[in-house]
Design a protein around this ligand. Structure first.
Ligand code: PFF
Length: 450
């Protein structure tokens, strides 16, 4: 069998992991959730969740991946042979692929909107209502979904270094430059201060139990946690790299990006006199509306900002989707001994088919409901409310209670024995062992009780 690939450097690993983390979750989900759940108050809970719950899960997954240099299934087989933990390995082969199936539909919308922006298609007043018409049609969204998945397949088939690393090393830094340009533009619009105030002034009355659960769920989604993608990427990190700094670096980039995205979107929303709680349509309905309004006075600037904005969304979505793709490919190539090409094609066929159903669930299949939800909503809720927290608990329990302590320690400290690394290790081990599993469990239970 060919030698297993590794990321070329720590920079490459962090860019790939940050690329996985920074995605539609940051630009599409985070701003509308902040909008609906009390602005800065939601952000405070989100920050707490990131440090106390998400970072430990991130580390738990990284420790499992890096210590075995195997994908999810192989890693669990190696660390706990002949036990039921193999089911966690199998579950986390399936869960990222479930997410990719519907994620790709939204990725497709961003392709459509990028094409629209390239032809200056927002320079007309009816643009906000076009979104509903587009997603409920049959062929346009299907074509876009196909194009998005085919692009992911093309990147993943080139392998970890030539495909994923090279793509992420360029696009992840570019994403930051683009979102900062958009933020500066948005914050300098007349009336933007109201949006800025909304993001910095907490309204704790909006912080219901449900809002807290949403902040935690959003933090997991945003860091791609509990579904094995971080585990898989960490398995490509060399032994001598420091895992903790990769974890902190990735989490910090993801947080920073989400906050900048908030400041890129909310001030523009307020400057146009629109309500912040517009929901999932925020970036596809509200922003095109803003671009169309701006086009009246400054058509070229608004056209360029629109293009930059949808390029950002598309790149962010691609670097995330390829991490989900790779988790499945790692399993099929390593455990089922398939060629990389065959694995990529098989996953394409399966996820594309499920994605077709998700896409049609906004149009011809909109009447078809499962437990009161459309297929798209059901998969999204199932992934973020069940698969991610459940996987998060199991990964932290496994590392905190099942894996031998010296092995965990050597992964966290990279073998260093300085005072600082001992303290960091003790804090992280405590978070992994107690705080994260208990915290997540409490939040899951509170959703049923409150
Ligand atoms: N973190 C990605 C985002 O914020 O868009 C979403 C994601 C990527 C979820 C990879 C799960 C995953 F495995």
């Amino acid at each position: 069998m060919a030698a297993r690939e590794h990321f070329g450097s720590r920079f490459a690993a962090v860019m790939a992991m940050a690329g996985s983390a920074i995605g539609l979750g940051n630009i599409w989900r985070f701003p509308y959730m902040v909008g609906q759940n009390g602005g800065a108050a939601f952000i405070i809970v989100y920050l707490l969740a990131a440090v106390l719950l998400s970072l430990p899960i991130f580390m738990a997954e990284s420790i499992i991946g890096r210590s075995t240099h195997q994908g999810t299934f192989g890693a669990m087989q190696t660390l706990a042979p002949g036990t039921k933990w193999k089911w966690l390995g199998l579950l986390t082969v399936a869960s990222p692929l479930i997410i990719m199936s519907y994620y790709s539909v939204v990725g497709g919308w961003s392709i459509e909107y990028l094409l629209k922006s390239l032809t200056f298609g927002f320079n007309k007043p009816e643009v906000a209502t076009e979104f509903g018409t587009f997603i409920s049609s049959t062929w346009g969204p299907l074509l876009a979904h196909t194009a998005f998945m085919a692009t992911c397949a093309l990147i993943v088939v080139f392998g970890v270094k030539k495909g994923i690393e090279n793509f992420s090393k360029i696009t992840t830094p570019v994403l930051f430059v683009l979102i900062v340009i958009i933020m500066v533009f948005s914050c300098t619009l007349p009336g933007a201060y109201k949006g800025i105030e909304y993001l910095v002034k907490p309204d704790f009355s909006a912080l219901t139990g449900e809002a807290v659960a949403m902040a935690v769920g959003q933090s997991f989604f945003s860091l791609s946690l509990g579904v094995g993608t971080i585990l898989t990427y960490a398995s490509y990190i060399k032994k001598e790299e420091n895992l903790l700094s990769a974890g902190i670096g990735t989490s910090a980039f993801d947080l920073l990006f989400a906050i900048i995205a908030g400041f890129a979107i909310m001030p523009a929303v307020f400057a146009s006199g629109i309500e912040p709680g517009a929901g999932p349509g925020l970036i596809f309905e509200t922003l095109p509306f803003i671009f169309s309004k701006m086009a009246g006075t400054m058509p070229v600037v608004s056209g360029i900002i629109a293009i930059l904005f949808f390029v950002t969304i598309l790149f962010a979505a691609l670097t995330s989707a390829i991490s989900m793709y790779e988790t499945g490919v790692a399993y099929l190539t390593e455990e089922r001994h398939m060629s990389r090409k065959a694995a990529v094609l098989l996953i394409f066929a399966g996820c594309w088919t499920v994605g077709v159903l998700c896409s049609l669930s906004f149009g011809p299949l909109s009447g078809f409901k499962l437990i009161g939800n459309s297929i798209f909503d059901l998969l999204d809720k199932f992934a973020s409310n069940i698969l991610m927290p459940f996987g998060g608990i199991l990964f932290t329990v496994f590392v905190g209670w099942i894996m031998p302590k010296p092995q965990v320690k050597s992964e966290i400290t990279s073998g260093k024995t300085t005072m600082a690394s001992q303290v960091v290790y003790s804090v992280m081990y405590f978070l992994i062992r107690f705080v994260a599993p208990v915290g997540i469990l409490a939040i899951i239970i509170s959703q049923f009780v409150l």
